[in-house]
Design a protein around this ligand. Structure first.
Ligand code: DX5
Ligand code: ZN
Length: 224
């Protein structure tokens, strides 16, 4: 199953509820929510109060991407705020295994994100615990950056490991995704596609529908 996850980082925060409503009505299943602490990444976005507030009006699966140092201490608070999936950065956790287990103990889905320069093998001994691996195709911290093409091979390699180990984790890709690289990413093996700028700049419904169409066509041709 292939999922398109709109990233609200690119939304107009003055109309946040309304814009989430547009993607929800258009058929989104996930909402990608980028939390930045100004420490792990250079920028600061938003935190629990914003998530709790949008939770009240949305039934979407909240895919919370924590770009924060030592996320362990905040996991419960993000669950309380309404997270369904919590993804932490491997590079930001002193004790990655412990952090993953804590997310699972909370009854949430656990994901780990890898920066463009981080090799896949840092996940070797935790892979079987994961619901999702997030391959960053930009350096985290900002929306609207240019896709780093090396992410494609990384996704292919991860897909191969997934098949070899008969694992079930989702492969998510995040950063610089647009109408022109979606098919390549799907063909490489990604099945959760994050898009911020490509969805929220301009006609949101139209942008969402266009990418969804590409996904539907790919699914039809590849029986996925
Ligand atoms: C980047 C964030 C992304 C971002 C993607 O640090 O993790 O989720 O919102 O934005 P676009 O799709 O504009 O590259
Ligand atoms: Zn993200």
């Amino acid at each position: 199953m292939i999922i398109l996850a709109p990233s609200i980082l690119a939304a107009d925060f003055n109309k946040l509820g309304e814009q989430i409503g547009i993607v929800e009505t258009a058929g989104a299943e996930y909402l990608h929510i980028d939390v930045m602490d100004g420490n792990y990444v250079p920028s600061i976005s938003f935190g629990m109060p914003v998530i709790a507030s949008i939770r009240k009006n949305s039934k979407l699966i909240f895919d919370v991407h924590l770009m924060i140092d030592e996320p362990m201490q905040y996991l419960e608070a993000f669950k309380e705020a309404g997270a369904d999936i919590i993804t932490v950065h491997a590079e930001a956790c002193k004790h990655l295994h412990r952090t993953i287990m804590k997310i699972k103990e909370l009854g949430l889905q656990a994901g780990v994100a890898l920066n463009p320069s981080t090799p896949l093998n840092v996940l070797e001994y935790v892979l079987k615990e994961l619901d999702m691996v997030l391959i960053m195709s930009v350096n985290p911290g900002f929306g609207g950056q240019t896709f780093i093409p090396e992410a494609l091979q990384k996704i292919r390699d991860l897909k191969e490991t997934k098949l070899e180990t008969r694992a079930t984790f989702d492969i998510e890709v995040d950063g610089g995704v647009n109408l022109s690289n979606t098919v390549e990413l799907l063909a490489a093996g990604a099945n959760v596609i994050v898009a911020g700028t490509a969805i929220f700049s301009g006609d949101i419904k139209e942008n969402f529908t266009q990418i969804k169409k590409i996904i539907a066509e790919f699914e039809k041709q590849n029986n996925r």
